[in-house]
Design a protein around this ligand. Structure first.
Ligand SMILES: Cc1cc2nc3c(=O)[nH]c(=O)nc-3n(C[C@H](O)[C@H](O)[C@H](O)COP(=O)(O)O)c2cc1C
Length: 170
């Protein structure tokens, strides 16, 4: 599948079959995370892999939608602010940008392997910190369930390119 077809095929999956994710596929997805670009190559992230069946109560507190627990795995990309590159001009820390790129690699790699994902930003950060037992200085940036889809993509609703893109100075 070429890259544009992959991008077109990805959608937010909100229903999953219970069948397991093969270890080889998980490994490939984690390698895609490892290869993500990060500012100054600082790699200020960690990926936490949770087996849903072993952590149902914790995951339910982190994000309460029932379908979140349907997939056999849940992945969380965490940021480590102290390891991240900081732009000296304005002090902006790039940790969340880096973590988002990592999650997008995970999501697209999963799609290429026939697996489904859904970015989850609306999680409870306190429940995530406690439930994942995150060390001080680490924070959860995004979650996704990971498993085989049990739904189908709906229509893509997007703004027109002409509304999203400006050529030249604004
Ligand atoms: C940063 C981010 C956070 C998101 N958080 C949630 C979420 O908490 N719950 C959810 O159901 N979908 C979440 N989504 C999925 C978006 O709703 C979805 O990507 C968007 O509606 C476009 O649909 P598509 O992914 O099927 O193309 C999130 C997506 C992104 C990129």
């Amino acid at each position: 599948m070429n890259f544009l077809d992959l991008v077109r095929q990805r959608y937010s999956v909100r229903a999953f079959r219970s069948e397991p994710v093969e270890d080889e596929k998980l490994q490939q997805i984690l390698e895609a995370a490892q290869l993500a670009p990060t500012a100054a190559n600082r790699q200020p992230f960690r990926v936490v892999v949770m087996r849903t069946s072993e952590h149902r109560a914790v995951l339910q507190q982190i994000y309460g939608q029932g379908w979140f627990l349907e997939a056999p795995l849940v992945l969380c990309v965490c940021g480590v602010s102290s390891e991240a590159w900081v732009r000296r001009h304005d002090g902006i820390n790039y940790v969340d940008v880096d973590a988002a790129i990592v999650m997008d690699h995970i999501v697209l790699a999963a799609t290429s392997l026939g697996l489904g994902t859904c970015w989850i930003g609306a999680f409870n950060p306190d429940a995530a910190r406690n439930g994942l037992n995150l060390p001080t200085g680490y924070h959860a940036v995004a979650f996704t369930p990971l498993g085989y889809p049990d739904d189908h993509p709906g229509p893509k609703r997007r703004k027109e390119l002409s509304d999203l893109v400006k050529f030249g100075p604004w």
